[in-house]
Design a protein around this ligand. Structure first.
Ligand code: UDX
Length: 434
């Protein structure tokens, strides 16, 4: 099959490379000439383990190419994906769909023969209908069908998530489009991946409902962690004890400093707006958004308390800046709230992250960025673990202790064991473990 992928951001590039690896011919399209040049010469503009090799192999084998002009690829395509960004609109939190509609207009201009137009970007319920109107208006005679096919990729595990998903969701009422989508995902069905065929609006809502549910699950365990601290219980054991119940499930029960990233904060907010507009407010999701925002700030207070009530003129070492490990993405990272609050309280902050420093430098002022974890703790009054990179789990803790002026560790990701830290004579504060 021939596939055109409009938008070569995170989702577009990963999906394009994976479809090429399934054996389809894929052209990834982006207006950014620099990005296209980089991709053509084998470079990958995002940090995703394994993606560079996947892109290189598929370019070499002639199944993957890159263009700034969509004309030829869209004309020849059986399936055109819209994988452009849908950021939060400033002011009201709704998803900004201007890039989606611009892509629809471009597709309408050049498509030829029966074309399945697929929204891959996370779009509010009803966007597929709008995309159909936009294309129909530009091409009243057009032979096309608009399908919703949301992505469920986690950064850092996106290729695995694409190739071995829990399910594929396809929203369309058109049998012909359904057949095209079945053919496109055929390699997955050979592996018995469930496919959920449904109506377009339902498919659009599945994506938001999934993300909101996961965000609620994290927020629930975060609140239980706070309760554990107050009543002398252990949140990790509570998580294990409830997670072994299959109806609850073990995943996404790690308490921490609050969720971040490019999806959960944006999608939970957009869903609450959709629900309010529909006159059916989602109070659980609204509360989740509020609790999560407040939690990031509360984490800064936790650090200040651990430092005896003040961080004025103290040096705080921060390990981990990205919203989670395995990515260089800083979007909505807890560090972006915690660090400015510490600076405001008079602290000096020195920070290290294995992948996020260059992006962090543009977002955080007044921080000293260093090139390794031991340099980071040198002479600091306390160490704060904000992101659970594996390399922090294996630190030489004796070396850390002697580098710190005061052996205080605030571990917001529970990567160390309280008993071991006590044995080493450290003051150790973690999440939900007293
Ligand atoms: C998420 C969804 O998982 C994915 O399906 C969707 O398509 C895009 O959004 P991503 O944002 O890459 O993926 O990361 P994810 O691994 O889901 O983590 C999101 C945030 O939740 C991170 O800040 C992470 O630290 C936090 N988290 C996750 C927890 O605090 N505890 C957990 O148990 C799991």
């Amino acid at each position: 099959m021939r596939v055109a992928m409009i938008g070569t951001g995170y989702v577009g590039l990963v999906s394009g490379a994976c479809f090429a690896d399934f054996g389809h011919h894929v052209t990834c399209i982006d207006k950014n000439q620099e990005k296209i040049d980089m991709l053509r010469s084998g470079g990958v503009p995002i940090y995703e383990p394994g993606l560079d090799l996947l892109v290189a192999r598929n370019i070499r084998e002639g199944r993957l190419d890159f263009e700034t002009d969509p004309t030829q690829a869209v004309r020849e395509a059986d399936v055109v994906f819209i994988a452009v960004g849908t950021p939060s609109r400033r002011g009201d939190g709704h998803a900004d769909l201007s890039y989606v509609y611009a892509a629809a207009e471009e597709i309408a201009r050049v498509m030829d023969g029966f074309t399945v137009v697929v929204t891959k970007s996370t779009v509010p319920v009803g966007t597929g209908d709008e995309v159909e109107v936009v294309i129909r208006k530009a091409r009243p005679d057009g032979d096309f069908s608009v399908v919703s096919n949301p992505e469920f990729l986690r950064e850092g595990a996106a290729i695995e998530d694409f190739k071995r998903p829990d399910r594929v969701v396809v929203g369309t009422g058109c049998e012909r489009a359904r057949e095209v989508m079945r053919e496109l995902y055929r390699p997955l069905f050979l592996n018995e991946t469930p496919i959920v065929f449904t109506e377009r609006r339902t498919s659009e809502l599945i994506k938001y409902a999934a993300n909101a549910f996961l965000a609620m699950k994290i927020t629930f365990i975060n609140e239980i962690a706070d309760l554990c601290e107050a009543v002398g219980a252990n949140v990790q054991e509570v998580a294990r004890g409830i997670g072994l119940d299959n109806r609850i499930g073990k995943k996404f029960l790690n308490a921490g400093p609050g969720y971040g990233g490019s999806c959960f904060p944006k999608d939970t907010l957009a869903l609450t707006r959709t629900a309010q507009d529909a006159g059916r407010p989602l109070r659980l999701v609204e509360t989740t958004v509020e609790i999560n925002d407040a939690r990031k700030m509360r984490m800064a207070e936790k650090v200040i308390e651990a430092c005896g009530g003040s961080v004025k003129d103290k040096t705080i070492a921060v390990l981990g800046l990205t919203f989670k490990p395995g990515t260089d993405d800083m979007r909505e990272a807890p560090s972006l709230v915690i660090i400015p609050a510490l600076l405001k309280a008079g602290a000096k902050v020195q920070a290290y992250d294995p992948a996020g420093i260059s992006e962090a430098e543009t977002m955080l002022e007044g921080v000293t960025f260093v090139s390794g974890p031991y340099l980071c703790v040198e002479g600091a009054d306390a160490l704060v673990i904000v992101t659970e990179w594996n390399e922090f789990r294996a630190l030489d803790l004796d070396r850390v202790k002697s580098a710190l002026r005061d052996p205080v560790i605030v571990d917001l990701r529970n990567i160390y064991e309280p008993e071991e830290m006590a044995r080493r004579g450290m003051k150790y504060i973690s999440i939900g473990r007293s």
